[in-house]
Unconditional design. Structure first.
Length: 331
DNA sequence: AACTTCGTCAACCGCCATGTC
DNA sequence: AGACATGGCGGTTGACGAAGT
């Protein structure tokens, strides 16, 4: 497994792509599209496997890539999406036009995790580190009492603790709505059931996507004392309203995106409400998701699953080609 | 200047899901 | 139904350059 059969047939090149290879691949896809990836290297005259070509295209050659450093807004959005989705990089990337899952994953591992820790936030659980440690200790204690409990997961497994969409777990949203009530964060916990619906423990819908925040006091987790948290973290600025993950609200993606009219179709943005964003994402990740639902970046038109949409996508592909022509005028 | 450490990022690997025969 | 091919995803690795000693 792992290596596809095409990789064994001949000695294929590995490692970094040369400009010549890039040009061959670019030229080929510009002219013919990629079709079946496994046939691309042969048709394009490349000594690479199809998988490698696909990766190169998606992560580097695709014309709609944004490139450059991530903006503060993008970073904040990634953090917020990660809190909801965990390491589902492709789903996170789908919310960031022009960014690839690989890029976002790299950013998270090299930069954002560290930033969150510096702010006193556990990048795995997105809770204050002290609380995470308490919970971990509690977990370990209960594990020692009960051998059947799941073992603690690695650093890269946030979903197993609080954000597992496949099991009944609670999701915790410490939310500080204004600077004046900073010491009294609202807490909202949700059961996420296997059918991916959000509800209270009484199985009633916790909120309507169109409604304001809803809370269930009966299921509130232990309150986070933000003031004590602030004293632990030198990065916490008490005079600034922070969002749920300790980032200043002033540079929160939701606020600026609202101003800029980006993400306008997202209720979360319209309401600056992470709960609504979760609902939107829930909708998106729901198993009943239609191919054309909430798909900000229709990347390529050749997916067999989407043949019905081929004509629609082909026009977008044409735009891509145009961009390609602009970017690579010599082709 | 030489060496080491660290951070970043492109690319690969292994696995899973899905489609096809 | 099962084998195989392929696409896609997330984790990991290794090359490379910058910063530090």
């Amino acid at each position: 497994m792992g290596r596809h059969s095409c990789c064994y047939k001949q000695k294929l090149r590995k490692g970094l792509w040369s400009p010549e290879e890039d040009e061959k691949l670019l030229r080929h896809i510009t002219k013919y599209g990629h079709g079946c990836w496994s046939s691309v290297p042969k048709q394009a005259g490349l000594q690479r496997c199809g998988k490698s070509c696909r990766l190169r295209w998606i992560n580097y050659l695709r014309p709609d890539l944004k490139r450059g450093t991530f903006s503060q807004e993008e970073e904040n959005l990634i953090i917020e999406l990660h809190a909801v989705l965990g390491n589902r990089w492709s789903q996170i990337a789908a919310q960031l036009p022009g960014r690839t899952d690989n890029e976002i994953k790299n950013l998270w591992n090299s930069c954002l995790k560290k930033k969150l820790r510096q702010r006193g936030i556990d990048p795995v659980t997105h809770k204050p580190l002290s609380l995470s440690n308490d919970l971990l200790n509690q977990n370990e204690a209960s594990n020692s009492m009960s051998l059947k409990s799941e073992s603690p997961k690695s650093d890269m497994e946030p979903s197993s603790s609080t954000f597992n969409f496949n099991h009944n777990k609670h999701i915790l949203f410490p939310h500080t709505s204004t600077s004046s009530d900073l010491n009294f964060p609202l807490h909202m916990a949700y059961d996420i059931h296997q059918n991916h619906t959000l509800s209270t423990s009484s199985n009633q819908p916790l909120f309507d996507i169109n409604s304001e925040y809803m809370m269930s006091s009966s299921i509130l987790p232990p309150t986070i004392d933000v003031s004590s948290f602030a004293s632990q973290s030198q990065f916490w600025e008490p005079n600034i309203t922070h969002n749920s993950w300790g980032l200043p609200e002033s540079d929160c993606i939701a606020a600026s995106a609202k101003e800029q009219g980006k993400w306008g179709e997202c209720d979360y943005v319209q309401n600056q409400n992470p709960i609504l964003m979760l609902a939107a994402l829930q909708y998106q990740t729901d198993s009943s998701l239609k191919p054309d639902a909430l798909e900000p970046i229709p990347i390529l038109p050749h997916n067999k699953k989407h043949q019905d949409e081929a004509s629609q996508n082909s026009s977008m592909f044409s735009k891509d080609i145009q961009k390609l022509s602009e970017a690579f005028g010599h082709i």
